[in-house]
Structure formats: C-alpha cells, structure tokens
Write a protein that binds this ligand. Structure first.
Ligand SMILES: Nc1nc2c(c(=O)[nH]1)N[C@H]1C(S)=C(S)[C@@H](COP(=O)(O)O)O[C@H]1N2
Ligand SMILES: [Mo]
Length: 890
C-alpha cells in the first residue's frame, strides 16, 4: 500500500523528466486479441518494460449525425457504428460486439459504450481550465477547485480501467420478461487508460469529519428528476487499493463530451453508474445519496418484485441492501459472432472460440470454462490478463500521470480468453456455453436472476449451433436494442419456456406440462394457429385510409373492422397505418381491448420487416422544409419546453416552442394530441392525450395546461403529470396528433366521426382539468360574432381556487350573454358563493341539462372528466332523455 505513495522529491523528478507518450504508438502492434492468443498459446519471454497495450488508433468523429441534429446534443459529432439503444435521444449506445472485441484490450473513445440519462452538458474549450467543482458537506476544509488547480496541485496517475454498465446483457432479461430497462446486448463494457487524480488525495485535503461515511457525487446534467448523482462509501474512496479517481483524460486525450468532458469520477470494479460524469459536486455525508437516480436506478430488487409492485411500494427502492456496487462476475463469447457461418468442407480442423470476462470489486477472473454438452462437462480456456503487463512494467509516466500498478493486487480490467475446439466437435453439439469464476470462487450461475431493472445479468453465455447443409450457423442469445434475432427470441416464439433450466428446449422424456410462466399471463393478442409472414412492402401498401394495417409487437393487425367503433376515432387508426404503434397501443389500451385484437390479427411481420420498422424510429428528414403545421398524425414530433408557469399550487402551464416562429400547431378545434414522455430511468413510454389551451392560430408555440397529481398518503400520484412537472426547461417532449372523433367546424357545424352535423346548442359538462377540450370549443364559439350557437357550460370543482381558466371563461361569458350560460358548481363552496353547490350528478343534471325543447339532433352534449364522472353522467343523461348519438365523451 505504501509503495504507491511517492515522496515529494520523487514526483517532482518524475514530472520534470517524463514526456508524454503519444496517444497511439506509430503503427501500433497487432490487434490485442491476436496478441492475447500468442501469449497464451506458447511460452513467451517476459515482456519488456513498455510492452503493455496502448490505445488503438482513434479518429475523433467530426460530423454531427443526422439523428442527433434535432436533439439537445445537436452540436456533438459521434461515431455512426454505435448501436442506439433508446431511440435517438438520450444517447445510449454500444458498439457491435465484434467491433468492440476487435479493438483489443483498450477501446477507442468513439466506440466506448455510452450511458447518458439526458443531454450532454457542453463546455467551451476556453472554459475547460476554469471548470469548477466543490468538495462540501461533512468536511473541515470545504474546497472549490478548478480543473486547472486539480491538475497542477495534485499528483496525476494513469490506470487502465474497465467500465461496465449494470445493464450489460439486459436484453436477455427482457426477452424472458420485460424489465423496466432498455435492451443492452453484451457490449455495454469498455476499457480505457484514465488519467486523473486519486480521489482519496482530494478528500484528504478536505478533511472529512467524524461521522462522515459517504461520498455523494453530482454531475452537471440536469435531468427530469434533478442532477444525476449517486454515492459510494467514504472508506472505499480513501482506500488506495480501490483506485477511485477524478479523471480528465481517456487514452491520453481530453475526455470526449459523451464520457464526461472535462471531468468525471472513475470507480473501478463497480457498476458504471457510480462513475459520475461532468462532475460538479462531491458531498461528504453520513447517509447514502438521496439523489433520485441513486434510489431508483442501479438496484437489483428481489426477483419476486414485479414492475407494478415496485411502482406501488417505494419502500423497495429505499432499501440500501438492494443497491449494487461491485460488478458481478461475467463473461461473453465474441467469436463465433452472431450469425457467423463456418463451412464444414475444406475449413481448418479447429476453430478458436474467443471472448471476454470480468470480475467485480477488483477480484480477478481465475478461470473461464466452456461446455459443449449443456454444462455436464467443462474445459478450461486460456486467459490473457493484459492488465498484468502494466503491472510488470513497473513505474512509468504515461499521459502526464504516473502509471504504477506493480504494488496493487486488484484486477480492474476485463480479460480475454480463448480456446480451440475441433470443428467436428462443434458440429456434433447444439450449443456452446461459457462461464467465469473469480478469485472468491464467485461462479456465474446457470439460471438467470430476473429483476425489475434487469441489472447485473450474468448467467452462462450461450450460443446455439445449427447445421445447415455444409455450414455451421451460430446464434447469440439476443441482439441489442429492438433488433430482432438470437436464439432466445426464436425459442420463445416457438412456445419454449426460457426459464425451464434448459434454455427453453424440451428435454427428452420430460412430458410434464410446462410450468405457467409470467409470459403466459400476458394478454394474448394473436390469432391461434395463424402463421402468416407479412413483408414490409405488403404492410406499406396499407398505410392509408383504405384498409389501414398497423403493427403491435411485430404482429400485424387490420384496423378496417373497427374504424367506426374505435373510441379514439378513425383518425387514430389512420395515423398508425403502416407503422409500429406498440408504444401507443400498449400504453393506452385496457386488457379487454387487447383481447379483442385477436379478431383483427392477420399475420406476423417478417424479420426484415421488423428490422426496417425498428430502425424507423428516427425523426423525419431534418433537411426537409419544416411545414407550416407542427402536428403530424403519423410521427412523433419534438418540441422543447420553453417555460413553465405556475397557475396554482397544483396546476402549471407548459409552453413548448414549435419548430419555427411562423408555425401553427395544426390542431382542429375539439381535437386532442398525444404527449409522449419517457421515464428517464426505465425508458418506459408514458402517453396521455391533452388539449392545449393556446389558440389554434397561435404561431411559434403552444401552451398546455396540466394539473399535477401529486403523491398522497392514500395513493400514488399521476405518472404523466409528475413526469411533466419534473421536466427541466430546455428538455424536449414528443407530440403526435390530432386525434379525436369530434371537430367543431364553426357556426354550429360539427364533424362527428367523419359525419357532418348541424346543431344550435352545445351543452358542455366537465370537471377539473376536463375543462381543457371544452374550453377550446367554447372559446371558438364565443370569439366568432357570426356564430349563434348557444353554449351551456357546467363546470364542477371542489374549491373556487380549483376552477381552471376561470378568468378567461368569465370574460367570454360576460361578452356573450345572449348565447352563453356559464355554471360553476363546487363541492366545498365558501359561505359567500353564488354559484351552484354539489357534485355533477343526476339532481344537478335534471335541472341544468334538460333535453326537452330540442328537436332531434339540434343539440349535443360534450362531456370531459374522470372516468367515474363520465360514467355517472352518461347514466343520468340517458335517464333525462338524451340519446347516445347526442353525447360526445372526450
Ligand atoms: N452525470 C452523469 N454521470 C453518469 C451517467 C449520467 O447519465 N450522468 N450515467 C452513468 C452510467 S449508468 C454509466 S454506465 C456510466 C457510463 O459511462 P460512459 O458513458 O462514459 O461509458 O456513466 C455514469 N455516470
Ligand atoms: Mo449504467
């Protein structure tokens, strides 16, 4: 431990004499993986003192990619090879597994996986030396340091460190049962040489006080739930063996923006989520971080806790026992690659199987084993620990930091392994399995431990082998993101139970019925026995109003049959035609609606079609001339949150900027739009429909009035409204529309589900925020002097203060006494209240929603409120004598 502590003299000397090595050596060695093989295959002489891996040749991307142009990261060039795991934004990516492995032990920054919870904070070149961060909390000597001070006043060190996202290999969990996390393949792992200052040295300067136990860290990225932050234990942070550092360089160059430029924490051996990027604050505390992302991210809850249970009981998240720190032992096969083919005729007699492995908490991988008989017998693979070569190199200067791993026993990097197998034994087997063990004998399990966030997935990595004519074909378990492929999906589709202990295969002699799995509990929306493959071209022929087809979870449905009955109106089906509408469909529909889908199921989209659709989730061509109307019924469009105005304690007006100043929203009066937000951590889509309150002719922006349903002791708050409330200004939201089966055309003319109708009276019944669609129509009638339509508004609320848009409503009513009656009713009316009292129910309706006096079709009732209210109003109105055709529920 003492060996790494250099005395003053030493460091001064080192700093003076040592020049930085160049970022990449001239035409550097052969790829590291090749070298790994050479090392382990034969006895080779001890490497010379500088024979440790240096970074592969790297080219910093210079072009901003098309998809990024419409996001807050539109200034940031990136590598197009990276696979996007969460649509376009935020940027969460992994390299194709073969590309990652081919890079060798060190990964170039442009291919290094990225996990961003939101936009990337931007720092100007000139401001980098002045980047400030603080050390505060339970310290005797609080510090505010600039990056310049940090680099100049402290010793700099350089170490190779592997970072791994806790979600690495999560796609496998998602295939078994959907978790709340997005689908990482097996390339959520990368290694670099990090240069920076030992965290303990900075903490020592700040002098933690008695009682201090945790180091909380916070980044500069403001997210919907605050700045990203988390914590680790203080006693780890001050332990030189743990290697924690504040890094400013990666592979010898300044950190790239996606990786925390200009300063990040690097916590070796632990899940990547603890390594806070764009570091602004270190806060020393007596308790673990209370940051939202510390609590609701990076945990492995017990396997029986379902997504619903975890959402309903926050206590599961608060339990620090389920927080994860050290990585779990893991390994994966890189070669054979997914869909690699091996020709049986004329090929080499043996094949070299290769891959990576890593341990957690600095524990070394001590064995990697492979099986070709389903885990009955195992063979030892050769392991190459490139990290050892840095150890053997002794003390070196590298990239302006001291590199000295000789004294440190920990292994903080991945290792590469390989094993030769004969082609004939591969041909005789159905699968190839790998597992690793560390020096605490932690062995990767056979079975998956499923959990709500799908983290730390590390069962044996299995690839299947199938024989096709003269070829062997290999399949990995999954493909990252929404990309189809992999044996897991295939087995699941064929009805196999992936959790039966045999990877979903039927075992001979086992004719017991399959255990009931969670998947079986999902509502079946497909037609039994229907096996029809549909191509993307066939689907695209049905993207109009004639026989609209749409896709949910890869299955194709014909919407023609329910154009008339669909509660969302025919437009919502037309707008899904030819597209993948899984998100919207699943978010909005009830189990009953889902069951009805079997009747409309007409086939399954083939694999090429699925790929084509899944990569379709990009924004429309940004070079196209922006249209005069913002809304597009067929694609989600983004608008940036411009301002938030607090109207009352629980109501806000959100103003969104449209694409350009002359653009209007494009929402017909009486119609709605859908808003889509993604839960910043779980990436789960939340979709609700709203009616903006800004005028339809408004240019450049729109206003949406939202009532926030906060959590109370009795019940959970509203997912959507809480997510909206926590949105930072500058963040985008997605919109799609218009939807709805009612449109007010003016002068009493209405369009109801495609049919025009002439009325002379509108009765409008609403409660709470149900006023917003009503308000649109009401305002249109009131503002038009020519429009003689009579309006009666019955608006129910609890307190006077709860009445939304009251000033505007009153203003319109006052100017239009001849055609308008505005009735408010309160359930908790104050003493001096002159309006109606009581809830909107039969007695009130009998008095104010009289049917008598109207001829057939002369009047319409528009109703908008909570479901329970709509139901009771419906019943009461029918009793009063209204007909269903005269009622319109929003
Ligand atoms: N400030 C900040 N730090 C962050 C994150 C983030 O979104 N914001 N993501 C974390 C997660 S979950 C991981 S896995 C790593 C990823 O580091 P990388 O993007 O450099 O690979 O950064 C961590 N640090
Ligand atoms: Mo992560």
């Amino acid at each position: 431990m003492a060996t790494h502590q250099l005395n003053e003299e030493d460091t001064k000397h080192l700093r003076r004499v040592s020049a930085d090595l160049p970022p990449s050596p001239p035409d550097s060695e052969h790829s590291d993986s090749e070298k790994a093989e050479a090392d382990t295959q034969q006895l080779i002489p001890r490497p010379s003192h500088t024979d440790f891996p240096l970074p592969p040749t790297s080219t910093e991307p210079t072009a901003v990619l098309e998809p990024d142009k419409k996001t807050p990261d539109s200034w940031l060039p990136r590598d197009p090879r990276l696979i996007r795991l969460t649509g376009v934004h935020p940027f969460n990516v992994e390299a194709p597994l073969s590309d990652l492995y081919n890079e060798g032990f060190l990964t170039s920054p442009e291919l290094f996986y990225v996990r961003n919870h939101g936009h990337v904070p931007r720092v100007e070149e000139a401001d980098i030396p002045d980047w400030e961060f603080t050390v505060e909390g339970l310290v005797e000597n609080p510090l505010t340091l600039t990056l310049r001070d940090l680099i100049a006043d402290y010793n700099n060190v350089t170490y190779p460190i592997t970072l791994v996202c806790a979600g690495n290999r999560r796609k496998e969990q998602n295939v078994v049962r959907k978790t709340k996390g997005f689908s990482w393949g097996a390339a959520g792992v990368s290694t670099a040489l990090f240069t920076g200052v030992v965290l303990g040295d900075v903490l020592a300067k700040a002098k933690p006080m008695r009682g201090a136990r945790y180091v909380c860290m916070e980044g500069a990225d403001k997210l919907p739930n605050g700045y990203y932050g988390t914590s680790v234990k203080l006693n780890w942070a001050v332990d030189p063996n743990k290697g924690m550092m504040l890094a400013h360089k990666m592979n010898g160059e300044m950190l790239r923006p996606d990786h925390g430029k200009p300063l990040r924490v690097v916590i070796p051996g632990q899940i990547g989520g603890r390594s806070v990027k764009w570091l602004k604050r270190l806060i020393i505390t007596s308790e673990p971080s209370d940051n939202w992302y510390h609590i609701y991210d990076n945990r492995v809850l017990p396997t029986m806790v379902s997504p619903e249970e975890s959402a309903n009981k926050p206590a599961w998240w608060m339990d620090e026992r389920y927080a994860i720190y050290d990585l779990s032992t893991n390994s994966a096969i890189a070669y054979p690659a997914h869909e690699e083919q091996l020709c049986l005729v004329g090929s080499e007699p043996s094949y070299r199987v290769k891959g990576y492995a890593y341990g957690g908490g600095g524990r070394r991988v001590t064995r990697v084993e492979l099986s070709i008989d389903k885990g009955v017998t195992w063979r030892l693979a050769n392991i190459d620990y490139a990290e050892d070569r840095y150890r053997e190199a002794g003390r070196q200067q590298l990239y302006g930091g001291e590199m000295d791993l000789e004294w440190r026993e920990n292994s903080f990097c991945w290792c590469f392994w390989n094993i030769d197998m004969t082609v004939s034994e591969l041909a005789a087997s159905n699968d190839l399995l790998v597992r690793a063990m560390d020096d605490s004998m932690n062995l990767q399990p056979r079975d998956m431990y499923w959990s709500v966030l799908g983290m730390m997935n590390n069962p044996w990595y299995r690839i299947t082998i199938s024989k096709e004519n003269d070829y062997l074909r290999f399949e990995h378990p999954t493909q990252p993101a929404l990309m189809p492929g992999g044996w897991m999906e295939r087995v699941k589709k064929a009805g196999g139970n992936l959790t039966n202990g045999y990877w979903g295969e039927r075992i001979e002699g086992d004719d017991a019925t399959e255990p009931v799995t969670e998947a079986a509990a999902e509502i079946k929306m497909t037609k039994h026995g229907l096996e029809k493959a549909i191509t993307i071209d066939e689907l695209r022929k049905h993207d109009g109003e004639d026989e609209p087809w749409f896709v949910v979870n890869g299955e194709v449905y014909d919407g023609t049959g329910f154009l008339k009955e669909h509660p969302g109106g025919a437009t919502s089906i037309f707008s899904a035609a030819g597209l993948d509408s899984s998100d919207e469909f699943l978010a909005i529909h009830s189990d009953t609606a889902k069951t009805m889908m079997t009747d409309y199921h007409i086939g399954s989209l083939d694999d090429d079609g699925r790929t084509a659709l899944s990569t379709n989730d990009v924004q429309p061509d940004p070079s196209a001339i922006p249209s005069s109307k913002f809304l597009d019924s067929r694609t989600w469009k983004r608008a940036i949150l411009h301002t938030k105005t607090k109207v009352s304690w629980d109501t806000r007006i959100f103003r969104f900027k449209l694409e350009h100043d002359a653009q209007t929203l494009g929402l017909p009066t009486g119609q709605h739009l859908m808003i889509r937000l993604r839960d910043p951590v779980t990436r789960e889509a939340i979709i609700r429909s709203y009616t903006p309150i800004s005028e339809t002719s408004q240019e450049g922006f729109m206003d949406v009035l939202v009532k926030i349903y906060f959590d109370t002791k009795e019940r959970k708050g509203g997912k959507m409204s809480l997510a909206m409330d926590s949105l930072p200004v500058g963040h985008f939201v997605e919109f799609k529309g218009p939807i709805g089966k009612f449109e007010y055309l003016g002068n009493g003319k209405c369009d109801v589900n495609g049919k025009e109708r002439q009325i002379n009276t509108l009765l409008m019944i609403c409660a709470g925020s149900g006023i917003t669609p009503i308000y649109q129509v009401f305002r249109a009638v009131m503002q038009d002097r020519e429009d003689k339509t009579k309006c009666v508004v019955l608006d129910g609320n609890r307190l006077v203060g709860d009445i939304l848009c009251k000033v505007d409503l009153d203003g319109f009513a006052k100017d239009n006494e001849e055609k308008c009656r505005l009735l408010y009713t309160l359930t908790q009316a104050p003493g001096n209240w002159e309006g109606l009292k009581g809830r909107i129910a039969a007695p009130l309706l009998k008095e104010h929603a009289v049917r008598e006096g109207f001829c057939e079709g002369e009047a319409m009732v528009l109703i908008c409120g909570p479901e329970a209210l709509e139901k009771s109003v419906h019943k009461a109105l029918l009793e009063i004598g209204w007909k269903d055709e005269e009622l319109m529920f929003f």
